[in-house]
Design a binder for this molecule. Structure first.
Ligand code: NDP
Ligand code: 8X3
Length: 253
C-alpha cells in the first residue's frame, strides 16, 4: 500500500521535484500551490507515469482559513498523511534593512513562517490521531547563517530552523519524526521571484557555477523519509560543491 505525502509548493522547483520522486517511490500525493493549472498538469503526468494517486489542493498558504478548509476537504483516506513536506516559501527582495520594502517583509514572514505554521497546525493533529507521521521542513543555509541584505529572508529561515527543533520535541511523545533539509544555492524560480521577475539578475545568481538542482534536494528528502522506523534524520545542510557558506562561492572565470 502506498504511503501518503503532502507537499506544499509543488507547482515549481524543489517541491515539484519532490513530488515526482515520491510518486516514483510508492507515495500517493497531495500537492499544493496557488497555480492550479500547473498542479493539474503535474497530477496528470504523475498519474500517467506512476502508480501514484494525486490530489491537488489549490490555496494561498498565507490565508489561514484557506489552509484549514483545504485540509478539511480531503477524502477520509487521504487524511492519513504519512509525510508532510513544508516546502512552500520564497524570498522577496534583497535589500539593506534600512531600505527594506515592508510589503516584501510581510510576504516572506506570512509565507515562510505563518504559512508553514498553519499547514503544520492543520496536519499534525491528523498525524497524532493516526499515531504516525513525519514532518520535513525545507529550511535553508539562510537559516544557519545570515548574509548581507538577506536580513528578513534569513530571519524567516532561522525561524524554520527553530521550529524544526521545537516541533521535534513536541512530536516526540507521538513517535512523529521531524526533519529539516536546508539547501544552499538551488536553481529554481526562487531568484526570479526574489528579484520580482528580473530574469537577468536571477540568472547572475547561478552564473559560472554548478548550482544544486531541485532533484538533488528531492533525493535527500526521499532518503530522509525512507529511513527505518527507529531512525530520524534531524537536519541536513546541503550546498553545491562550489559553495562553502552563503558568501563563499567559487565561480569559474
Ligand atoms: P520556487 O519559486 O521554484 O517554488 C516555490 C514554491 O512555493 C512554488 O510551488 C509556489 O507555488 C509555492 N508558494 C510560494 N508562495 C506561496 C503561497 N503564498 N501559497 C502557496 N504556495 C506558495 O522556489 P524553490 O523551489 O527554490 O523554493 C522551495 C523552498 O525551498 C522555499 O521554502 C525556499 O525558501 C527553499 N529554498 C530554496 C533555495 C534555492 O536556492 N532555490 C535554497 C534554500 C531553500 P505557487 O506560486 O503556485 O503558489
Ligand atoms: C535560498 C538560498 O542563499 O539565496 O534559501 O538564501 S539563499
Amino acid at each position: 500500500m502506498n504511503k501518503i505525502a503532502l507537499i506544499s509548493g509543488a507547482s515549481a522547483g524543489i517541491g515539484y521535484a519532490i513530488a515526482e520522486l515520491l510518486a516514483n517511490n510508492n507515495f500517493d500525493l497531495i500537492i499544493t500551490g496557488r497555480r492550479k493549472e500547473r498542479l493539474e498538469i503535474l497530477k496528470s503526468k504523475l498519474e500517467k507515469t506512476t502508480n501514484s494517486k494525486v490530489i491537488c489542493l489549490c490555496f494561498d498558504i498565507r490565508e489561514k482559513q484557506e489552509v484549514f478548509n483545504a485540509i478539511e476537504t480531503l477524502p477520509q483516506e487521504f487524511k492519513k498523511i504519512d509525510v508532510l513536506v513544508n516546502n512552500a516559501g520564497l524570498a522577496s527582495g534583497l535589500c539593506l534593512i534600512q531600505d527594506g520594502d515592508i510589503d516584501d517583509w510581510e510576504t516572506m514572514i506570512d509565507t515562510n513562517i505563518k504559512g508553514l505554521l498553519y499547514l503544520t497546525r492543520a496536519v499534525s493533529p491528523l498525524m497524532i490521531e493516526n499515531k504516525k507521521g513525519h514532518i520535513v521542513n525545507i529550511g535553508s543555509i539562510a537559516g544557519k547563517e545570515v548574509y548581507p541584505n538577506g536580513n528578513v529572508y534569513c530571519a524567516t529561515k532561522h525561524a524554520v530552523d527553530a521550529l524544526s527543533k521545537a516541533m521535534r520535541i513536541d512530536m516526540l511523545p507521538y513517535g512523529i519524526k521531524v526533519s529539516q533539509v536546508a539547501p544552499g544555492l538551488v536553481e529554481t524560480e526562487f531568484s526570479i521571484v526574489r528579484f520580482h521577475g528580473d530574469k537577468e539578475r536571477a540568472d547572475n545568481v547561478y552564473k559560472n557555477l554548478m548550482p544544486l538542482r531541485p532533484d538533488d534536494i528531492a533525493d535527500a528528502v526521499l532518503y530522509v523519509v525512507t529511513r527505518p522506523e527507529h531512525v530520524c534524520i534531524n537536519d541536513m545542510l546541503i550546498t553545491p560543491t562550489a559553495q562553502a557558506s552563503s558568501t563563499n562561492v567559487i565561480r569559474n572565470k
